[in-house]
Design a protein around this ligand. Structure first.
Ligand code: FES
Ligand code: FE
Length: 426
């Protein structure tokens, strides 16, 4: 197996060529690529685990998967958020089997060891009787995984050498501010979760740079009149930054699609340039490397343009399968009526019952089926990622990163695969 992984890495070095827009079909379906990704991408980078508003109170917790392992994300009595590997240190039992709750300590379902939500082991049944004075509970604490947050977005990593989250996000933070830091934001309801038969990279690729598909894949939605067909124009910007992050900004938009009464809150949280983008925003779609995509889009509901904001994880389950987890985010200080309509706008478009979601997942699953397995042919079939290779970045745009002055280019996908390849071949 070691040998075949080495061969795979050598092959990736030769065949994945983002600089000339050549990406082989092989990397969507090959099981050995998937195994290497787990080690070199998912065990190395920061991965999204949730939003701070999911655990607002002392002793609130959620359990989340981080690269295939369950982690308890808990807010202690001191207010601090910690990540605890959800494995009892006595014999390895999964300590907590609930998705969410409020608990100051966790009792193991196997022999009953008790752990405080700081990770400390605080109780062992019959301790004196069966261990005498020999058991040192201070050595039995739960393993702590690094957890850091930016603008309420919580990430965890198993890599103790990883750079600080804010450094990993780098210049991309400027755009995350508009997404998640423009106002106090909260998640409404538990995240929606569904499984689709797709390689995770197809979702990331689609959100990081593929505005081109909207006219065709989502054409029927414009024909139905749910969105104006002008929504699918290439007007706006495609932007990428270091570490594989990228997004698409649709502009301009004559109608302000956010709650009017929050203009002052937006102004106080954003720079003038960021606020200007918010005021002109038609949509914003992107991906934080490796697999956290996000979206601000607008829908007309009862004659009024309503924005909806969400983040979504393309969580790999297998080479040809992922769990999609979506969080609906909304301005905490918006009216209840606005929150309800914004959620409606989200559910109608991007969610298992949403019309855009269903269009997209059809495509993702068909690509995955066609590219499946370690078939030798997949090494010969190379996808074309050359769109926009001839273009020079725009120097006038006010935000950071490498910017192109309309959305129809594949620069962000090339940037995504460049960073992916760096990690895979390190
Ligand atoms: Fe948890 Fe024994 S495995 S108490
Ligand atoms: Fe789409």
């Amino acid at each position: 197996e070691e040998m075949s992984q080495k061969e795979t890495i050598e092959y990736l070095k030769e065949s994945v060529q983002p600089e000339i827009g050549a990406i082989p079909a092989y990397l969507l379906g090959d099981p050995s690529v998937y195994e290497i990704e787990h080690k070199k991408v998912f065990l190395k980078t920061w991965l999204f685990v949730g939003h701070e508003s999911e655990i607002p109170n002392k002793n609130d917790f959620i359990t989340r998967d981080v690269a295939g392992y369950s982690v308890i994300i808990s807010r202690g009595a001191d207010g601090e958020i910690r990540g605890l590997y959800n494995m009892c240190t006595h014999r390895g039992m999964k300590l907590c089997r609930a998705d969410a709750g409020n608990k100051s300590s966790f009792t193991c379902p196997y022999h009953g060891f008790n752990f405080k939500n700081t990770g400390d082991c605080i109780g062992v049944p019959l301790q004196k009787d069966i261990y005498g004075d020999e058991l040192d509970k201070s050595r039995l604490g739960l393993y702590k995984i690094r957890v850091e947050s930016y603008k309420g977005l919580l990430f965890g990593t198993w890599n103790n050498e990883a750079e600080a989250l804010e450094d990993f996000l780098g210049e991309f933070k400027w755009y995350i501010d508009i997404l998640a830091g423009r106002a106090e934001m909260e998640v409404l309801g538990p995240p929606q979760r569904f499984i689709i038969h797709s390689n995770w990279k197809i979702g990331a690729d689609n959100f990081v740079g593929d505005s081109y598909h909207t006219m065709v894949t989502h054409g029927s939605i414009a024909k139905l009149g749910m969105v104006p067909s002008a929504t699918y124009s290439k007007k706006g910007y495609q932007i990428y930054t270091e570490n594989g992050h990228g997004l698409n900004l649709g502009t301009p938009n004559p109608d302000f699609a956010f709650p009017e009464e929050l203009r002052e809150e937006y102004k106080s949280n954003l720079t003038d340039k960021q606020y200007d983008i918010l005021c002109n925003l038609k949509n914003m779609i992107g991906n934080i490397f490796p697999n956290l995509s996000f979206l601000i889009s607008h829908t007309k509901i009862k004659g009024q343009l309503i924005s909806n904001t969400s983040v979504r994880l393309w969580r790999p389950v297998d080479v040809d399968k992922m769990e999609v987890i979506t969080w609906f985010l909304v301005e905490k200080n918006a009216s209840e009526d606005w929150k309800r309509r914004s959620r409606e706008s989200f559910v109608l478009t991007f969610s298992p019952s949403g019309i855009f979601e269903q269009d997209d997942t059809e495509v993702f699953t068909d690509i995955t089926a066609a590219a499946s397995g370690a078939m030798p042919l997949m090494k010969q079939l190379t996808f074309n990622y050359t769109m926009g290779l001839h273009r020079k970045p725009d120097k006038d745009f006010t935000g950071p990163g490498v910017v192109f002055d309309d959305k129809f280019t594949e620069a962000s996908q090339r940037n995504f695969y460049r960073y992916w390849l760096d990690l895979m071949t390190k």
